[in-house]
Ligand binder design. Structure first.
Ligand code: ARG
Length: 276
């Protein structure tokens, strides 16, 4: 199969892992007794940022704050669509300080931030594709926040029920291959068993050509990937998935964020997309 995939330049917001650590356990990947190698974490993260720049994307930096060890997971801070910012309200009290920290970056960059009333963890659970927003619930973001997001953006929000605690955020179980804003058709890649049967059916209906992944790929953080429509920045541990992506005409670009897996995060978690 030879398919012409066309990349589109993106604007990403990231946050350097200066204070990154595992100091509390709020998902099954985290354990206070698996120490983080902060120097290695930093090198891995710098490789990710360099990879984005080398592919022609713009990368902006929020300032990390001491006492917020998960701030590196910038994807959780907001959903930005059409230059409008729907901020976050974190489930874990340990992360709530990130709300103001990221809001400061947005304000400084000239954006107004809408703060949701119920728990909502940004692009961790809200994933725009093809004129819709796919929205996970079950562990973090609530259906109330889905309604609020729909009201705020005026974009249909499709609720999806997550059922496996290892895939507690939608972005650990699904990523967008093509957002449908270029010449390509909107499409996603996901791990079906992370979803309730009804949600699986919704995904099959919406994306009949989706690429599905195995549990092995999902456990290797393969679904926490970032695609620009052609290049897919993907965990090298997800070997099966990389082969499938190549078959579908995408270029897998391996970037290893193994230190961040200890906190339950990967490539997408570290990447907030700013959509103009
Ligand atoms: N330790 C963080 C948490 O559990 C990891 C967040 C990962 N981010 C993501 N977008 N899935 O909240």
């Amino acid at each position: 199969m030879s398919l012409m995939r066309v990349p589109r330049a993106r604007r990403y917001l990231v946050c350097e892992p200066r204070y990154f650590d595992v100091q509390y356990a709020i998902n099954p990947w985290m354990s206070e007794d698996s120490p983080v190698d902060r120097a290695l974490a930093r090198t891995q993260w710098e490789t990710l940022v360099r990879t984005y720049r080398d592919l022609g994307h713009t990368v902006e930096h929020a300032r990390p704050e001491p006492g917020l060890p998960d701030m590196v997971f910038a994807a959780n801070c907001a959903l930005v669509l059409g230059g409008r910012v729907f901020g976050s309200r974190f489930h874990a009290p340990q992360r709530r300080g990130e709300e103001a920290a990221f809001e400061a970056w947005f304000k400084n960059a000239g954006y107004v931030v809408h703060r949701p009333e119920s728990v909502c963890e940004g692009e961790g659970d809200l994933v725009p594709v093809g004129g819709f927003v796919l929205a996970g619930h079950g562990f973090r973001t609530t259906p109330d926040a889905h309604r609020e997001a729909q009201e705020f953006f005026g974009t249909p929000v499709i609720g999806l029920t997550l059922v496996d605690p290892y895939f507690y955020h939608l972005d650990t179980a699904l990523f967008v291959l093509d957002d449908g804003h270029g010449d390509g058709q909107a499409n996603v890649c996901y791990y079906p068993d992370a979803f309730s049967p009804g949600s699986r059916e919704v995904l099959t209906r919406m994306f009949p050509d989706a690429v599905t992944a195995t549990r092995e790929d999902a456990m290797a953080f393969g679904l926490n990937s970032v695609s620009d429509g052609k290049h897919v920045i993907v965990a090298p541990q997800a070997t099966g998935l990389s082969a499938r992506l190549t078959e579908h005409g995408y270029d897998p670009v391996p970037v290893d964020l193994s230190e961040f897996h200890k906190a339950g995060g990967g490539i997408k978690c570290c990447t907030q997309e700013i959509r103009a």
